[in-house]
Design a protein around this ligand. Structure first.
Ligand code: FES
Length: 612
């Protein structure tokens, strides 16, 4: 007899013998479930969720020690401790996975009623004849009218240029993409009509290729934003445009090339999927509509709008309303009439990506008190409370991306991402399970929490110089996370006092933003019913560690939700549904933006928030 274990949302199933643990089942299914302590019930990293009354062993002592009663009631269990007594469905939260399994483009999504801006019509038109001398365009317009579609206006030259040959090569049969009263795409019958949803981040660009007729995601992927070559963060890119006469042109061209390559790559990938059954049948010329979301600076740089004012108080955007532009206006060569819709910006430092995140998480529709935040170099935070919606942006800096940390690195193979101090010994786990080369943001955050819990650092971040894990380094006190003998480059990977200060500043900025938003709403942290953490970094942080260092308020674990790339999912929703696009515009208009710098008491709240 064996049981079937169904791991979701990974969609992987495996048969196991009775009595095996969920961790063992995950390992035999090739799922990289985090298990820093090696499965002995000490680290709490292997969290999974089970349905009530699932046929498994009851929570044991280790689980009851590590998990709160609320967490157990919510179905959370330690995979290494749960013995299987029957077939079960196991939900694996993204933060329980080791890095190779994760991509930066996935996020939680709900099904949506398909209602894109573009409608496809398959037409069979009467051929031109001596007795019927209507032009090709008139013939097409009449065909659409006869189908009850709005009569198209303003024919585009790029459409007209294709029309004659297309009609004659396909026996006067044609597939037309109509956007309100504008023909945006013409193609042979049954050609797919595609859409592209893009999350244009400062660091990475994530995109989803969508079949607009079925709503299916055909392919998704991400590349680094090549503008990085001209400045790591938003402010340095703004300076680049100010110091170089050709700066704006260059930045726009760079990102447009990346979008064009990403579109081509995703089309090729979609064509390779066996289930698509139409190898080679996708090409970027079929992309009729795009939705792009990004922070205000990325939005402006894409459109080559002035950005100087974004870097100067009072940090005002050139435009905040939603925009529809033609892809050709920015030099992006997609379908002949391809439109790009840009979601609205809220302020100079809160852009359409945050609006998309709110749309995807439904923050604005929820009852009670909800915090939603996306952690990055700038962290955007929104608070929805009893019908009110407020947002702010806080300069959390690049420390969580590994910058300004001595051995810091981005989340890539060899980065220490998990740290535990067990019985006085420091244990770690690296992305990819390979020898360490540095430490990424989530690793630093955990290291800090573990040092605090072990009494190695105090509330100000100062190290106990007499502790056996602390030594005097060349630049002050430090803790060796991985000794040179175990690292790939043969050097120690350390965490210094200065690194700790960097993280304190970053987490202090986030906590100060949270405190001020709650204060404005007359609320206490404990009033928060749901705390939504979006974005790549936010997905993989260990929430208890973030609470330990005081970055997040001390709320029960089950009130936190890590949702992945919600901005990208929001872009997808706006691509698939015009009503949701309108909802995004309406929610952005409702938001009260709070400028933290103008807040009386900001400096003292920030100073208080730095403590651990
Ligand atoms: S692997 Fe389950 S608690 Fe550590």
């Amino acid at each position: 007899m064996s049981f079937q274990i169904d791991f979701q949302p990974l969609g992987r199933r495996v048969d196991v013998e009775p009595g095996a643990t969920i961790l063992e089942a995950a390992q035999s299914a090739g799922i990289g479930l985090s298990a820093v302590c090696g499965g002995v019930g000490l680290c709490g990293r292997c969290l999974v969720r089970l349905a009530p009354a699932a046929p498994v062993s009851p929570p044991n002592e280790d689980e009851l020690t590590l998990l709160s009663p609320e967490a157990v009631a919510a179905g959370l269990r330690l995979a290494c401790q749960v013995k299987l007594l029957g077939s079960v469905r196991v939900e694996v939260p993204p933060e329980s996975l080791t890095a190779p399994q994760r991509t930066q483009v996935e996020g939680e999504e709900e099904p949506v009623d398909l209602a894109p801006e573009i409608t496809a019509y398959e037409l069979i038109l009467p051929p031109a004849a001596l007795k019927d001398l209507r032009s090709d365009w008139e013939r097409l317009a009449d065909g659409l009218s006869a189908r009850g579609a709005p009569r198209p206006q303003r024919p585009r030259v790029r459409i007209l240029a294709r029309l004659a040959a297309l009609l004659r090569a396909n026996d006067w049969r044609i597939r037309v993409g109509l956007r309100r009263d504008e023909v945006v795409n013409v193609a042979p019958p049954e050609t797919p009509l595609l859409g592209l949803a893009v999350d244009l981040g400062t660091t990475k660009v994530a995109a989803y290729l969508i079949d607009l007729l079925s709503g299916r995601t055909l392919a998704m992927g991400a590349v680094m934003n090549p503008q990085i070559a001209y400045g790591e963060d938003v402010l340095s890119r703004i300076s680049f445009t100010m110091e170089n006469p050709e700066g704006s042109n260059l930045l726009q061209k760079t990102v447009v090339n990346a979008l064009s390559e990403l579109a081509a790559h995703l089309c090729a990938e979609a064509g390779r999927k066996p289930e698509a059954g139409r190898t080679g049948a996708y090409d970027p010329g079929q992309i009729a509509e795009m939705v792009i979301v990004g922070n205000t600076a990325m939005h402006h740089l894409l459109l080559k709008l002035p950005v100087r004012q974004l870097g100067l108080a009072p940090y005002v955007a050139a435009v905040s309303s939603p925009l529809d532009i033609k892809a050709s206006e920015i030099g992006l060569d997609l379908g002949p009439g391809s439109t790009i819709h840009l979601l609205p910006n809220i302020a100079g430092f809160v852009g359409g990506d945050h609006v998309a995140m709110l749309l995807a998480t439904g923050t604005h529709r929820k009852k009670g008190v909800v915090i939603s935040l996306d952690i990055g170099t700038n962290t955007e935070i929104s608070l929805a409370a009893h019908g009110r919606l407020m947002s702010c942006s806080t300069a959390s800096g690049p420390a969580f991306e590994g910058a300004h940390i001595r051995d810091g690195m981005r989340a890539a193979d060899g980065a220490i991402e998990r740290v535990r101090i067990v019985d006085g010994r420091l244990e770690y786990q690296t992305i990819g399970g390979v020898p360490p080369v540095g430490i990424c943001g989530s690793g630093v955050l955990e290291a800090l929490a573990q040092l605090k819990l072990a009494g190695i650092i105090d509330g100000r971040g100062a190290m106990d110089k007499d502790h056996p894990l602390v030594r005097q380094g060349n630049f002050g006190l430090e803790v060796v996370l991985a000794a040179a003998t175990r690292t790939r480059h043969g050097r120690d990977v350390v965490l210094s006092r200065k690194d700790i200060s960097e993280i304190q500043l970053a987490k202090g900025a986030i906590r100060a933003g949270l405190t001020i938003l709650l204060k404005h709403a007359g609320l206490e942290p404990d009033d928060v019913n749901e705390f939504i953490i979006a974005g790549a970094f936010g997905t993989y942080i260990d929430v208890p560690s973030a609470i330990t260092i005081g970055m997040f308020p001390r709320l029960p674990r089950e009130r936190f939700r890590q949702v992945g790339n919600a901005a990208g999912i929001g872009a997808k929703l706006a691509l698939l549904s015009s009503p949701l696009r309108a909802e995004a515009a309406a929610l952005a208009a409702r938001i009260d933006y709070l400028d933290l710098i103008q807040e009386p008491g900001f400096t003292s709240i920030f100073a208080e928030s730095i403590g651990i």
